[in-house]
Design a protein around this ligand. Structure first.
Ligand SMILES: C[S@@+](CC[C@H](N)C(=O)[O-])C[C@H]1O[C@@H](n2cnc3c(N)ncnc32)[C@H](O)[C@@H]1O
Length: 211
């Protein structure tokens, strides 16, 4: 396996020391995209939030700083991601604002209608059963709750970025979608009021759907 494939496999599921380094690196590398993405949702400090595929825990940390009365949960199926996220959010975990669990998007360990907001940054294209996984998210969202998916890896209009994304998707054997395809799969899973927001120059996409 080449270095690039090893890198993508680590992004898919960080493992060992290299995985720890990758999870920390994603905290830096994805922050601009993530902070751009969250400008499209309305945040309430009393919200109960779940970040799926939380990686190094950067977005959890960011939400936790603004929480007042709410709570932020994180879930990831990688032991290393859970470990790095827990370390970063140690002080918030101690005071009960944050809880991070190991688990898969395909069997979310939460009851029905638990969350106001569910987020996923650079993760959905790794999920094993997209439509059913999205239906599972719909189940844990409260009525009127929001799902936010933010990505760099999508089929964008910019030829250079699109070629780069297609190359990574082929190397890593994961699907990437056009904005129309993203809208379609969210509709198929049962979301409504879908909005797709794009940052053309950077090549970011933020897809939002409501329960
Ligand atoms: C590319 S990283 C993104 C991490 C973080 N969201 C960020 O933007 O920096 C993808 C993360 O999703 C997690 N992941 C992938 N498939 C998953 C699944 N089926 N269930 C839970 N987590 C998953 C991986 O372990 C990894 O931590």
């Amino acid at each position: 396996m080449g270095l690039k494939e090893k890198f993508i496999n680590q992004c898919r599921k960080p493992k060992g020391l290299f995985g720890k380094w990758i999870a920390k690196g994603m905290n830096k590398g994805h922050s601009e995209m993530a902070f751009w993405g969250v400008t499209y949702i309305s945040f309430n400090p009393r919200d109960i939030i779940l970040d799926i595929g939380c990686g190094g825990g950067m977005i959890i940390y960011n939400f936790a700083q603004k929480i007042n009365g709410g709570k932020v949960y994180g879930i990831d199926y990688s032991d290393v991601s859970v470990q790095v996220s827990k370390k970063l959010n140690e002080k918030f975990i101690k005071n009960g604002i944050v809880e991070i669990k190991k688990g898969s998007v395909s069997s979310l360990p939460f009851s029905e209608s638990s969350f106001d907001l569910v987020t996923g940054f650079e993760t959905y294209y790794f999920w094993p059963d997209l439509i059913n996984d999205l239906k599972g998210i719909l189940n844990v969202l409260r009525p009127g709750g929001t799902l936010l998916l933010v990505n760099e890896a999508y089929k964008c209009n910019d030829e250079k970025l699109r070629k780069r994304n297609e190359k990574w998707s082929k190397l890593g054997n994961f699907p990437i979608h056009t904005p129309q395809e993203m809208e379609q799969f969210m509709l198929e899973a049962g979301f409504n009021e879908i909005s797709i927001n794009i940052e053309e120059k950077k090549g970011y996409i933020a897809a939002i759907g409501k329960k």
